[in-house]
Every structure is written in structure tokens, then in C-alpha cells.
Design a protein around this ligand. Sequence first.
Ligand code: PMP
Ligand code: GLN
Length: 380
Amino acid sequence: MNIQSKLPDVGTTIFTVMTGLANEHDAINLSQGFPEFNPHPDLISLVEKYMREGYNQYAPLKGVPVLREKIVQKTEELYGHAYDANKEITLTSGATEALYTVITTVVNPGDEVIIFEPAFDSYMPVVKLCGGKKICLQLKHPDYRIDWDEVKSAITPKTRLMIINSPHNPTGAVLTQQDMASLIDVVKDTDVMILSDEVYEHIIFNGTRHESIARYPELVERSFIVSSFGKTYHTTGWKTGYCLAPAPLSKELDRVHQYITFTPNSPIQYAYAEFMEKKEMYLELGAFYQKKREIFLSLIEDSRFKVLPAHGTFFQMLDYSDISDEPDTEFAKRLTIEHGVAAIPPSVFYSNSEDYKVLRFCFAKKDNTLEKAAERLCRI
Ligand code: PMP
Ligand code: GLN
């Protein structure tokens, strides 16, 4: 039997490829972004508690009420907008499902979708599956800022959606208040909707303010905010995320979501709801990762890698142009196989494979893992 591929140009995601290569060659895996730490033991105990107490059947379509309330409360406390816990939030199977569902809900064949590159690799294929047309704009290397004049000229009557991501994977760039003012300006008097991927909302450095869409009423009305518990609680494998959106948008989202997963698993939702009372767990995460970043950077200070600016996430882009002029995909492979450190080549996050001779390293690792990796990087 032959199948007409809907994604003929798509291979296996780079995260799977690099993690596979790292495992095959017993390399230190700083490629795929996941923490090397276990979740807090209390969070694990809570999952067990709710499982034993019988919270094991389907949660409601939008997610368990107590968790919806906790998220809405946190969003209001931190960013000022009070979403309705009954009508304006949906729990999803990770941010990945939320992203898929938003794009599927909004994009019709022929619609244009503005995407900033380098872009997290799940956005583009979903736009394609929906028959949308990607309009790719580049963030400006090396600090990866958005050129808002470029955005303004890219908007047409067919533009349906713009996808933003701050703090940004893979670059660690964050949007500023000035960026948000420009965003408000470019979308006003248009029908452009916004999908704001805020999964790294709590991993932001030097006390910088996270510019959530929820801070801007002019943007809230046209936006879907996506976030995830995976990054915040060292639980990427639990695959629980959510989407906040005004009631009419959320209602449309649920029409699609109900036939994708219906709802994520119940006991983990109850556990997160109770654990969210420990606010320091998310409020202190930025400082935790800032320290990790400082440790990693000081360990590689004497290497020939050059550090690019970053203000958030658990990723660091390093420029290897003093070491090699190989394409980043080749260098990433060689680094894994010959030097025992795996990283992500960001050219795969560009539709034109733009190659700035940088690699993305994940520093969400134990100090001794970072030490071992740095020792290898310094030898190159
Ligand atoms: N968006 C970005 C920018 C990410 O880096 C990731 C994955 N780490 C996701 C979405 C997906 O999150 P989840 O693991 O909750 O599906
Ligand atoms: N978000 C993680 C990263 O950027 C991995 C996501 C995945 O493996 N699908 O590395």
C-alpha cells in the first residue's frame, strides 16, 4: 500500500536524531532540552496520593477544575489578566498538543502564518497539515531581535496567525516591553491572531520581566497563550500543558481538542494543582537556571566557543566559527561522535537552513555533567 505523505519534506525531529546519536556514542547529551533533575519528591508523592485516592478516571474536557483555577489565579497574579477558569482555559497533553490544536483551530487552507526563525520545530509542519502558507521572518542574529518593520510589511489580508515565543527556544532571546508595543501596533486594525508560546515563562534571568500576552488587554482578545508544566517542574515526560484564550476562541479550540486527546491524565493534574501552592517553585526557577548558565559559561570560558547573548530558557547558543567552518549539522555530528558532547544544530529551525556556525546547548544538567561536558569542549 502506498500512502501520499502529508509531510513529505519532514524527517525525524532533530531532538530524536541527536539524542539517538548521543546514546549510540555514549556522548553527554546537551542536545534535546530536558532537565537532568528529578521532580520535587512532594510532587511525586502527590501524584501517588491522587492515584491511590481514586482520581484515575477521565477529567472533564477542559481539565480538572481545581487546576484550571490555580493556573488562572497565577496568571492574574503575575500578569494581570483574569481569565475565566470555566471558559477560557484548556489543559492539554503538553504544550505540543496545545500548539497543534491552536494552529488546527485557526488556520484554513490558503491562510498565511507568520513564523519567526529559528523556530521550534513543531510549528511549521502543523501549518502545512492545515494547508496554511508559512511566512518566515528571521530573528536578527546574534541577539535574535524581531525587525518589526519587516513584520509590518509581511502582514497581508490573508495573514491569519502570528506565532511568537518568549523566552525563545533555541536562542534564549526574550521579548521586551518595546517589542510588545510594536506587536500591538502591527496587529491593530488587522484580523491577525497570535499564538504565544510561553513555555519558558519562568526561566528568565536577572529579574527581567516576562512579557506575557496576558499583560496586554489589546492582545489578549486575539491571542492563545500556550504554556507547559514540563519545564517548570522538571517533568517534561509528564506531558501536561495548557492554553489560555478568550471564551469564543477557547470554545473553538475545545471543538478540536476534544477529538485529539479529550483531556490529559487526571492524577497529575490534581497533583500539579496542589503543588502550585508552593509558589517559590516557579518564582525561583529563573534564579536557579541563571546560576546553571553562569556555571556552564565559566566552565567553558577557556574554550574556543564564543557565547551569544541569552536572557532566558535553559539553552545557550555557542559560536564555533573559531574551531570549524563545517555546516552546523556536520559539526554537531562530529562533536557528538569524536568529542562526546551532543548539541542541536539550529539550521534545522530555518526553512532555508540558515547556518550561523552556532550550536544550541542545554544546560539543565547536574553540575558534574556540565563539568564533564565543559572539559571536553575546552579540549577542542
Ligand atoms: N514550545 C517550545 C518552545 C518548546 O521548547 C517545547 C519543548 N520543550 C514545547 C513547546 C513543547 O512542550 P511540551 O513538552 O510541554 O509538549
Ligand atoms: N523542547 C525540547 C527542545 O527544544 C524538546 C522537545 C522534543 O523533544 N520534542 O529540545
